[in-house]
Design a protein around this ligand. Structure first.
Ligand code: V55
Ligand code: FE
Length: 491
């Protein structure tokens, strides 16, 4: 018998569905532009079994991957589990064997030494492969057409670290997938790695270095010459794990850093520059680029902890007001000897889950889209929210003019990360659409919304009803038909 806990993580809108599905033609209101040809992939954490320790956080659910294949004005929906080693072991046992998030001390002894990854954070396409990603483990390879799981890759033995980020970036100039790992020599180690993988899937080189303290290295950015990291003290220790505390906790006593790592083979720790800043909270990045000797990193920044489930390590209560994230620019000049980065807030929107037109990754760019929390709007929490945040508005920021656009989805809906679809390979930046999952909290259903990317304030041009409820989701990506057709024909 399966009984999920009667806690906020597992009830109301957050009740696990565990549904694998195939729907050839979703019911659509409005018109899906016939020019759109490709697939939107996204992932949500979903517990296959009730958690081993009674309750759990969403971040510890198993990856359930959704694919929306858009073609000829139709949208087909497919959903499959990312069949990690953990998923298979637990499936075989018929129950949870792995315990708390990032705490191997809480696991059943039978799974000691197994890869703990859940593949629940990103569904990323590169070189015709679908990678389901969790930052504590290697990348899980899946088939982008069938969504069947191949298994973990160490890139033919060339990846020596134990982990691969959930936020790789593809450099549009080289086609390489740039990625990194942290805790690369094992749980809680300060060791980091930087990797580049060619479109053919060859790991080209690695760089090893250490962070000033162990912390959640969740995301990063690239420029033409550099990998750029924001390092914030979302820390941990064996003492925490032994006590059974949440893996991460926020430390307000430590500085943040902006690390600039030359993106070339042979780079050593001595070649890396660490610029210091005042304590603040960062997790995602928007984009970065170089201009002359200057390096700019744009990212959402909060004054204090953003994750209530990873509490302050000194016991300070969660402060929702200081958890608001604002689009911020960190700048450094590589020709100077300064040991600090400069910081500037760009917008007053509460903005997270940032996305850009990926063709401008690492380059000077104009537009960001993201999930905005508009506190002015009424909220009716019928049916339960995803984690207490009311992500009620799609936002756009124009870095050239400072102009903003917003679209509010109403008092009983919440949204997930948007994704940009270019109109064509060579369309100008921002010319295309935004695709985004919207949760209808009271109806316990979800819609896939399409917007004209530069006119989001006009509202969706099409809305497709998904006949199964999609729970709180993390990240997703678009793959054009050009990236997919060869594979579809082979399938
Ligand atoms: C994040 C999400 C994770 C995780 C670490 O947003 C960081 C951040 C869904 O899992 O494991
Ligand atoms: Fe993320």
């Amino acid at each position: 018998m399966t009984t999920f806990p009667q806690t906020p993580s597992f009830t109301g809108f957050n009740t696990p569905s565990r549904v694998e599905a195939d729907v050839n033609d979703l019911n659509v209101e409005g018109a899906v532009p016939r020019e759109i040809d490709g697939a939107f992939y996204r992932v949500q954490p979903e517990h296959q079994f009730p958690p081993k320790l009674g309750d759990d956080i969403a971040f510890n659910g198993d990856g359930l991957i959704s694919m929306f294949r858009i073609k000829d004005g139709k949208i087909a929906f497919k959903q499959r589990w990312a069949k990690t080693d953990k998923w298979k072991l637990e499936n075989e046992a018929g129950k949870a064997l792995f315990g708390a998030y990032r705490n191997p001390l809480t696991d059943d002894p039978s799974v000691k030494g197994q890869i703990r990854g859940t593949a629940n954070t990103n569904a990323y396409i590169h070189g015709g492969r679908l990678y389901a990603l969790k930052e504590d483990s290697p990348a899980l390879v899946m088939d982008p057409v069938s969504l069947e799981t191949d298994g973990y890759t160490n890139f033919d033995g060339k990846m020596k670290g134990e982990t691969f980020t959930a936020h790789p970036k593809t450099d549009p100039a080289t086609g390489n997938m740039c990625g990194f790992g942290y805790a690369s020599k094992g749980v809680l180690t300060n060791d980091m790695t930087y990797y580049e993988v060619s479109p053919a899937g060859d790991l080209l080189f690695d760089i090893w270095f250490e962070t000033p303290y162990y912390c959640m290295m969740h995301d990063f950015a690239i420029t033409e010459d550099y990998a750029v990291f924001s390092v914030a003290p979302i820390t941990s220790s064996w003492e925490r794990l032994e006590k059974g505390l949440p893996h991460f906790g926020f430390d307000t006593k430590q500085p943040t850093y902006m690390a600039v790592v030359p993106r070339k083979a042979g780079t050593t720790a001595e070649d890396i520059r660490w610029f210091k800043g005042e304590n603040c909270f960062t997790a995602h990045v928007i984009n970065a680029y170089q201009e002359g000797s200057k390096v700019f990193l744009d990212l959402p920044v909060a004054e204090n902890n953003f994750f209530p489930f990873f509490p302050d390590i000194d016991g300070a209560p969660f402060n929702p007001d200081q958890a608001k994230t604002y689009i911020t620019r960190w700048s450094v000049d590589m020709s100077q000897n300064s040991e600090d980065y400069q910081t500037q807030r760009l917008s007053d929107m509460i903005f997270e889950f940032p996305k850009v037109d990926d063709r401008f990754t690492g380059q000077k760019y104009r537009y960001s889209w993201g999930v905005v929390i508009d506190p002015e709007k009424p909220v009716e929490l019928k049916g339960g929210s995803a984690g207490g945040f009311v992500m009620n508005t799609l936002g756009m920021y124009d870095h050239e003019t400072g102009k903003e656009q917003k679209y509010w989805v109403g008092p009983v809906s919440s949204i997930q990360e948007p994704c940009f679809i270019p109109r064509s390979k060579d369309a100008v930046e921002g010319d295309g659409w935004i695709v985004m999952v919207c949760n209808r909290l009271e109806d316990h259903s979800s819609d896939l919304l399409l917007f004209d990317a530069l006119n989001i304030e006009n509202g969706p041009i099409a809305s497709a009803n998904i006949p199964v409820r999609l729970r709180f989701g993390l990240h997703g990506n678009w793959a054009s038909a050009a990236d997919l057709t060869v594979l579809e024909q082979a399938a």
